[in-house]
Design a binder for this molecule. Structure first.
Ligand code: SF4
Length: 584
């Protein structure tokens, strides 16, 4: 800890006695080696602990930190707090630490009052009130203030008998006495924090649901989805609103082989022929290079620093390589390995995934064929076949039999797609069953390219959530695509690509000549075709969908993230929420 000796003054007899106590206390409490081997804790972590143990665990053990608007506002407040209102010596933003307590942090201000030091904290919000309306500190603010005062006391070897918390929203100050009871509270909090750090289990969501709307980690923790799961069982239903409904950043797609992506300060600079476009890095969540556009090392560094994924695809839409800053949280991965090592859990998840996929396909065909009697007549036996398969899925005893059932349903589904294309559509664009690697007709070329875009989105999302893409539960690790990516894609193929694609074909948006490059045995998208397909996919991601479990309207890009997080809940204490997604 650092401070300036020039601000010290002589102590009163009471404070001098207290100083002796601090020395004795220091000897009695033992050596710094008491916490040897354990990483020191941030004092802010104790604030999180007293707010909600799950918040502490997510931040300190899983290292998930989200700076939301409130956090930023708090930071600004610390910068903007008013200058001292008198001549009292004051130090701002003072670093304090103690090996003995295993704590470190930065106290907002330290001031001399009545011959003793006082630790001062600034808070944006309102204070708590006791029964007579007197201002009180909230428990999480109180433990933080106590910790700073105790660390300050140890560093100065002088008493710090009081801490003060200034609540700016209602302009009052709460006083916290630093007595034996306060020290015992601090000791208990430190012990509990260490206990939780050693645990591999996430604590449950806070019982007090009023805490969650102000918690920056609500979009990761998904407390309402867990509570809703219990409420649904008890018949109550209140749609949650804590998961953000829309995606805030964009994906930059680079399609032209002549494009060059460089760096200009804190922005990416896209140069294409004579055109230059500057894109602030905070507006992006990913960069996708289709074909042979160039990305400079400086641009890659900037992306890596800001957690922006960069992915390269071949001209034909095949994933070639990618970098993504996965948090790689060890505890999170251990839980995923442990959960998915259980064959029963893998089979259960695979059954639910296949059921969701076939049910969505079937619902789509039912909806799209209802207006035309002849179409429905063509689809009817295939729909019946899909229904029969759906009935067999929950009874499947192995992943191999699920793959067989999924294949049967897929053949029936792709057979139905023939009649869902408008009769006026050029025959070159009409589907005739599924073919790929390479696609041999225009429709399959479009399907494959859209699925590649979907694959890249899901891969990035899995890494953002912090899961291991290589460890899935349904697909086998046989191809270059990571199994968990392939697993999650099954939920979204129809919703995110088949439906908008068929709509665009029926609206006559594709030019059979300009949008495709046709060679013997293979069809590719031209530059113009790729741009159209990317536009269609990105547009779909912004459209809203009412999630059947949460009841919340979310953009499709958020739905992908939500389902990935719900999947993780299968092995983190709240199973049964994944793959309830269906087309309405
Ligand atoms: S969202 Fe609620 S339950 Fe989750 S960490 Fe925050 S306060 Fe705790």
């Amino acid at each position: 800890m650092s401070t300036t000796d020039s601000t010290r003054t002589d102590l009163s007899p009471e404070l001098a006695k207290e100083k002796e106590r601090i020395k004795a206390d220091s000897l009695h409490r033992g050596s710094p080696n008491e916490c040897e081997g354990e990483a020191p804790l941030r004092v802010m972590a104790l604030h999180a602990l007293l707010y909600c143990e799950r918040l502490f665990y997510l931040e300190e053990v899983e290292e998930i930190r989200v700076a939301d608007a409130a956090v930023y506002a708090g930071r600004r407040l610390h910068v903007e707090v008013a200058a001292p209102d008198d001549e009292t010596p004051e130090q701002r933003s003072l670093e304090v630490s103690s090996d003995r307590w295993g704590l470190f942090g930065k106290v907002d201000a330290v001031r001399r009052r009545d011959g003793a030091w006082v630790a001062i904290e600034h808070k944006r919000g309102r204070c708590r009130r006791d029964d007579s309306g007197h201002p009180q500190a909230w428990p999480s603010d109180r433990i933080q203030a106590v910790a700073y005062a105790v660390l300050l006391e140890e560093g100065l070897a002088e008493p710090v008998p009081q801490a003060r918390i200034r609540y700016h929203a209602d302009g009052v100050t709460a006083f916290v006495e630093i007595d034996e009871a306060a020290r015992r509270e601090l000791d208990a909090a430190v012990q509990r924090a260490r206990e939780l750090r050693r645990s591999t289990q996430r604590p449950p969501v806070a019982e007090n649901e009023n805490l969650c709307p102000r918690c920056s980690l609500a979009p990761v923790c998904l407390p309402e989805e867990e509570r809703l799961a219990q409420q649904v069982d008890s018949g109550e239903h209140e749609p949650p609103r804590l998961f953000p409904s829309r995606r805030e950043e964009q994906t930059l797609h680079i399609v032209s082989p002549r494009a060059h992506l460089g760096r200009s300060g804190a922005a990416l600079l896209l140069t294409n022929e004579d055109e230059k476009q500057k894109i602030p890095i905070e507006q992006l969540d990913s960069v996708v290079v289709h074909g042979y556009g160039q990305v400079s090392t400086q641009a890659i560094h900037l992306c890596a620093q800001h957690g922006v994924a960069v992915q390269w695809f071949t001209m034909g839409g095949k994933f070639a390589a990618g970098i993504a800053c996965s948090p790689g949280r060890v505890q999170q991965r251990i839980r995923q390995y442990t959960g998915l090592a259980d064959p029963a859990m893998r089979l259960d998840l695979a059954r639910r995934l296949v059921e969701a996929k076939i049910d969505t396909q079937r619902r789509y065909v039912l909806r799209a064929s209802r207006a035309e009697v002849a179409y429905r007549a063509w689809c009817r036996p295939r729909l019946e076949q899909m229904l029969t398969v759906l009935g067999d899925v929950p009874k499947a005893e192995s992943v191999a039999s699920l793959l067989g059932l999924e294949g049967t349903a897929a053949r029936a589904y792709f057979d139905c797609l023939r009649v869902l294309i408008d009769a006026a559509t050029a025959k070159e664009l009409r589907p005739d069953g599924r073919n790929r690697r390479p696609p041999r007709d225009r429709f399959n070329c479009l399907l494959s390219f859209g699925y590649a875009l979907l694959q890249s989105l899901i891969h990035r999302t899995i890494l953002t959530v912090g899961l291991e893409p290589a460890l899935g539960f349904y697909h086998q690790p046989r191809t270059a695509a990571p199994p968990l990516v392939l697993d999650l894609m099954e939920l979204f193929r129809t919703l995110l690509w088949d439906i908008p694609l068929i709509g665009s074909v029926n609206r006559g948006q594709w030019n059979t000549v300009d949008d495709f490059n046709v060679t013997p045995g293979q069809v590719w998208l031209s530059d113009a075709g790729r741009r159209k397909a990317i536009g269609l996919f990105e547009q779909r991601l912004t459209e809203s969908y009412r999630h059947p479990h949460t009841g919340q309207s979310l953009s499709y890009s958020r739905i992908v993230e939500l389902e990935t997080r719900l999947l993780e809940k299968e092995w983190t204490g709240c199973p049964g929420l994944f793959a309830r997604l269906r087309l309405r």
